[in-house]
Ligand binder design. Structure first.
Ligand SMILES: NC(=O)c1ccc[n+]([C@@H]2O[C@H](COP(=O)([O-])OP(=O)(O)OC[C@H]3O[C@@H](n4cnc5c(N)ncnc54)[C@H](O)[C@@H]3O)[C@@H](O)[C@H]2O)c1
Length: 342
């Protein structure tokens, strides 16, 4: 089976994707610098699939190490590129760190891929490229809006770099996957989201509050023009998301792509408000969540959810798991992590 490089493969979405790739028989090589993950994730992956993936601890910002890697692995057929820094707030304060880590590494990888006889490239993009879209649900043809943060800008620039490269590198085919809001954990409780420090995302903040690690969840604003006044997002189970990567990769490897560069939205198609997510958590966990409504947070869009038609029809992929499934898996994962740390 083809050898696939997964950068950032010990991170949240990467680790779940490695599991799905191995389940489909691919040979996986992981590059990760452990800046936002730990080597223990390898054990979780191995426990689920029975196969220990090859792991190389490499910082992709080190150009010579990237070159050396491809000299040693010149039989790589595809790359799924997750490695990036992803904290929106931090990116505002440290823009150059984000441009270096998210753009520099992408350029080094594409340079090496251009040297291979044939290469498939999957890029982790984000629905942030749409900003507050004029129409909902959001289709792939919705205009890309000016980025609200350096992080968001790295996704927009990243897409443009790949698109420009695909125009001239005949050996290269690429798909940018625009994720909506990935949540949940593997049902085995062996891998999941492991935020370092205070979680930036809603669901880990909810589960950490539920387990008593955080005192209270702040809900930013209940005066938005939505049915219950809180912001609406499209929460997609990470296992569904991971499976979409395998399908997208296969599309390229089997030459089913319609053009050298394509984009797909990955979401459920359903928007859920912050209060609905809290209700889902309380329903599946049986816990009462301590939360309070506070003022709006700068930069939050009111509502974003995906039009999934293109991904459903062209990739032949659709989500199978519900918000309750995601919240239950996230809660079980939180409990498993805490009991391990006790
Ligand atoms: N989680 C989300 O909500 C979300 C939404 C949209 C897009 N994305 C994108 O998806 C990708 C994966 O996100 P995630 O949530 O799994 O993040 P994550 O932080 O859990 O995983 C990223 C992994 O990349 C590694 N990494 C970072 N910089 C590296 C470098 N220079 N060299 C080698 N490894 C490096 C980190 O150690 C980490 O293991 C990112 O590109 C992110 O921007 C995430």
């Amino acid at each position: 089976m083809d050898k696939i490089l997964v950068t950032g493969g010990l991170g949240f979405i990467g680790s779940h994707t490695v599991v799905e790739l191995q389940n489909e028989g691919y040979e996986v090589v992981i590059i990760d610098d452990l800046s936002n993950s730990s080597e223990g994730v390898l054990d979780g992956i191995t426990a689920i699939t029975g196969i220990k993936p090859i792991f190389e601890q490499i910082d992709l910002k080190e150009k010579s190490l990237v070159e050396d890697f491809f000299k040693r692995h010149n039989d790589i057929k595809g790359v799924i590129h997750f490695a990036a820094s992803k904290a929106v707030g931090e990116s505002v304060h440290k823009p150059l760190l984000y441009y270096e880590n998210n753009i520099g590494t992408l350029v080094y990888l594409l340079k090496e891929l251009s040297k291979l006889p044939e290469a498939a490239f999957i890029f982790s993009s984000s629905c942030t490229v749409y900003g507050q879209a004029d129409e909902l649900p959001i289709t792939e043809s919705a205009p890309v809006k000016k980025a609200e943060s350096p992080y968001g800008n790295t996704k927009q620039i990243g897409e443009e770099i790949i698109q420009d490269t695909c125009k001239v590198a005949e050996n290269l085919k690429a798909i940018a996957l625009r994720y909506f809001n990935p949540v949940g954990a593997h049902p085995s409780c062996k891998i999941g989201e492991l935020p370092i420090g205070v979680p930036q995302n809603l669901v880990p903040f909810i589960t950490q509050t539920g387990i008593g690690l955080r005192e209270q969840l702040s809900v930013f604003g209940d005066d938005y023009p939505t049915p219950d006044g809180t912001c609406i997002r499209d929460y997609i189970h990470v296992v569904d998301l991971a499976k979409a990567h395998v399908v997208a990769l296969e599309r390229l490897l089997k030459h089913k792509n319609k053009s050298a560069y394509e984009t797909f939205n990955l979401g459920t198609g359903t928007g859920s408000s912050v209060l609905e997510v809290i209700e889902s958590f309380e329903r599946v966990s049986g816990e009462k969540l301590n939360y309070k409504i506070v003022g709006r947070r700068e930069g939050d869009v009111i509502a974003a959810y995906a039009d999934t038609k293109k991904a459903n029809e062209e990739l032949g992929w659709k989500t199978e798991l519900s918000l309750d499934d995601a919240m239950l898996s996230a809660w079980k994962w939180e409990q498993a992590v805490r009991s391990e740390n006790e």
